[in-house]
Design a protein around this ligand. Sequence first.
Ligand SMILES: Cc1cc2nc3c(=O)[nH]c(=O)nc-3n(C[C@H](O)[C@H](O)[C@H](O)COP(=O)(O)OP(=O)(O)OC[C@H]3O[C@@H](n4cnc5c(N)ncnc54)[C@H](O)[C@@H]3O)c2cc1C
Length: 179
Amino acid sequence: MLYENERVIGIRTGDKGIDADGSKKSNFEPGIDLHAKVAVFGEGSRGSLTKTLIKKFKLDEGKNPQGYVVGVKEVWEVPEGRIRPGDVIHTMGYPLKSNTYGGGFIYGMKDNKLSIGLLTGLEYADPFMDPHREFQRLKQHPYIAGLLKDGKMIQYGAKTAPVGGYFPCPNSLFPEDFS
Ligand SMILES: Cc1cc2nc3c(=O)[nH]c(=O)nc-3n(C[C@H](O)[C@H](O)[C@H](O)COP(=O)(O)OP(=O)(O)OC[C@H]3O[C@@H](n4cnc5c(N)ncnc54)[C@H](O)[C@@H]3O)c2cc1C
């Protein structure tokens, strides 16, 4: 982040072309400074720059603490007729215990594809709980196992997401005086 008189005036990009030891490679390119009247930070869940800004400008003052989930998701190609594009199935409970926040989703897509995933609240009490393993258990539910039978997993991924809703949202404008 680049500051001038306690205002964010832009960002400096990272250096490119550095090897694992930190030495410059032949394609080394130093980071550049990008100045802007307004800088918009869209780093996703708990971004590293956003975290610094929230602290520096006290953007979370009077706000609720944020809550997070980790979402584990796969895209499957399934035999014809299993699900229609646009079909939406949401699940509660199994495989998560009643003291764990979260739930599952299955979305029908075109070309006999579906997207399936499980979101698990990261404040779970059991240190042995593994959201990735819980997702594998979700797929073993008889209804879901039937949907996926003889199908093929074609993509997978996992990502965190904030789930606290409106009240933990940090103030998004700063400093308050734009003059
Ligand atoms: C499994 C799962 C299922 C979901 N399903 C739905 C759904 O059905 N409907 C729905 O509305 N929402 C859904 N969501 C939530 C939705 O994905 C997020 O709300 C949305 O992606 C947030 O968008 P974003 O642009 O704020 O952040 P992101 O999509 O996280 O994008 C942030 C980007 O910034 C990059 N970045 C971070 N820091 C830096 C940096 N310092 N410099 C440069 N780049 C940086 C990251 O690499 C990333 O590419 C789901 C989330 C998950 C995890």
